[in-house]
Design a protein around this ligand. Sequence first.
Ligand code: NDP
Length: 326
Amino acid sequence: MFNALVLTQEEKATFAEVRQIQESDLPDGEVLVRVACSSINYKDGLAVTGLGKIIRNFPMVPGIDFAGEVLESSDKRYQTGDKVILTGWGVGENHWGGLAQKARVKADWLVPMPSSCDDQKAMKIGTAGLTAMLCVQALQTAGLKPSDGDVLVTGASGGVGSVAVTLLTQLGYSVVASSGRVEQNGSYLKALGASSVIDRSELEIDARPLEKQRWAGVVDTVGNKVLATALAQMQYGGAAAICGLAGGYALPTTVMPFILRGVSILGIDSVSCPYEKRVAAWEQVLALLPNRFYQEACESITLEQVAEYAQKIVKGKITGRVLVRL
Ligand code: NDP
């Protein structure tokens, strides 16, 4: 028997409870993993609280990412004792996930843990960190250079935002962090490397189709008016990597930034990101993140605390990344 967070639903309300389950309860898959760590991402918050329609089949073990060690494998790519990382692929949404001491998954969904990594580092980065790296790589591929000007990161104190601020800083970009919690998190964001911090309310406005040009690049985790304003403020030829909807899934924009300033939107998805791209992103994020990131931007909790932290993340009250020790 081992511990798992189990979600059930009654009359449309979601309930989360730590329970003892056994291996025979786990879904099919080629690889059985002893999970060492998972993490709390925004999507986990939506799933555990039931605020987002993330889970359709109950009971469900949530947890969209995990790191651990292979216990059994019927796939020749993985042997007992191998260290592995999982993010995405609907795990923790429609296949039992990482918020349990064991998980059984498809071999195709795993990546081998890079030698520079360990369980804790992997989940301090987690889905959020991998996604931030994919955003930064997309901006680089689009040709964004540090000399081009400021790069805006929205939802900067969150998981994706904190990693994005740190990665861009490490790569020499001048980062402007937008946050709804400037007073609380201004010095945190500057410690991660932001050259300045602006209040989200500056961007959460009904922007005109084109505004004064401010941003060479954008990493957006928020969507809605914040993203629409950022697009109206993009410099000629700028690019925005967009991955999130913490402020809502709407995008009240016009064609003007695209047809008059040649602005590009780069959509970022980490869930079904192909294997080679994932492996390359893991290698790069591990190479770039300085030790201070793991110290300053991460906290660690137990399985019993997940329900409380799920409430916090959907209310925008988490700063940085939250590791769950199994
Ligand atoms: P977090 O909750 O850690 O970060 C989100 C941040 O957005 C908050 O910290 C807050 O930052 C800001 N925020 C919160 N609520 C609002 C609001 N109502 N309006 C505007 N800003 C708000 O979440 P994650 O970093 O885990 O995820 C961020 C987003 O990216 C989510 O929407 C998530 O679903 C998405 N995502 C997408 C992925 C993909 O593959 N496309 C993968 C991973 C995440 P502050 O207080 O500083 O303003």
